[in-house]
Design a protein. Structure first.
Length: 327
């Protein structure tokens, strides 16, 4: 089948735009570039790593994908499966709500609602994946996923004239962070500091860094459910030993306010998980880090990875605001 052979060669992600943001630059006092991963097919950076993993599995004879995510990973896996002409079953917890289910079905995925939380859905998915010819698609904790995400930094190297003074990213399970670190090594930028942003209540990376070992949060209490990994990937902690990673935790209200402000500033609606790195920039935390000497003085430029997100629409934004008492 020639089109399948072609599909296996070309990656599924697009080379995303890098644009300067005047409002963000003004807030930080230095030039801020946005790496717009919100324009990826499937709506987030996840298609890079998950697309790469799925293509690799298809080459090795996978006949059916299984994934346990109602969020961006599930959508990326469903998109990749459709492109590869292979069936996929996505198991989502009942807490996901109707939007992801509808979006997954529109991509042709077979959706099974199971259990209350992701951990339940994940157990069910692992059962299903035991069938011969099935491949489990992990949302963040896999070397092929990180390898796919590293393409983001290679693109940055091509589009920026000079290496940035810092890169700001969101951390959920640590897949993006691991990809960014891999990419920095590939292009010789391993001295660029990474600001890792999380929301309080989903700050498993922050706690792990503080303790010097993996820490499991008792519960995810943040509204940024897409950052909701109770424990980060072990690789994320290792990244902090290889590169300069500075952890920053923002409040839910700051993340949601950043989403709203970014919508007004740049006319793009991203989810609250993506609001975390934006909040770091809007809130003056970068200047504070410089004042404390944790980040060097005048930065050449800052790159923020606008990671995107699927589970957001105007009604959802209003609901988040009222849930947090922000009206």
């Amino acid at each position: 089948h020639p089109s399948q052979a072609m599909a296996a060669q070309k990656p599924f992600h697009v080379v995303s735009p890098v644009l300067e943001s005047l409002p963000l630059s003004k807030a930080v006092g230095t030039k801020v570039f946005m790496k717009l991963e919100n324009v990826q097919p499937s709506g987030s950076f996840k298609i890079r790593g998950i697309g790469h993993l799925c293509q690799d599995a298809a080459k090795k004879g996978c006949r059916h994908f299984v994934c346990s995510s109602g969020g961006n990973a599930g959508l990326a896996a469903a998109y990749a499966a459709r492109e590869l002409g292979l069936p996929i079953t996505v198991v989502v917890p009942s807490s996901s709500g109707p939007t992801p289910v509808r979006k997954l079905q529109e991509l042709g995925a077979n959706v099974e609602v199971y259990g209350k939380v992701w951990d339940d859905a994940n157990e069910r998915a692992q059962e299903l994946a035991k069938t011969e010819g099935c491949v489990m698609v992990p949302p963040f904790d896999h070397p092929l996923v990180w390898e796919g995400h590293s393409s983001l930094i290679r693109e940055l190297k091509d589009s920026l004239e000079a290496k940035p003074g810092a890169i700001v990213v969101a951390v959920g399970g640590g897949g993006l962070l691991a990809g960014v670190v891999a990419g920095l090594h590939q292009v010789g930028w391993q001295d660029v500091p990474i600001i890792a942003a999380e929301t309080l209540g989903a700050h498993s990376f922050h706690e792990a860094l503080k303790a010097g070992r993996l820490v499991t949060l008792p519960d995810i209490t943040s509204v940024a459910t897409c950052l909701g990994a109770k424990t980060v990937a072990a690789r994320a902690l290792a990244c902090a030993q290889e590169c300069r990673v500075i952890s920053q935790v923002v409040e839910d209200t700051e993340a949601v306010r950043a989403v709203e402000r970014f919508l007004d500033d740049e006319r793009m609606l991203v989810e609250s998980a993506c609001g975390a790195p934006l909040a770091v920039l809007y809130s003056g935390r970068l200047q504070r880090l410089q004042g404390e000497g944790r980040l060097q003085g005048p930065l050449r430029s800052v790159v923020v990875v606008v990671c995107g997100g699927s589970n957001i629409h105007t009604a959802q934004l209003r609901a988040l605001k009222s849930q947090l008492g922000m009206e």
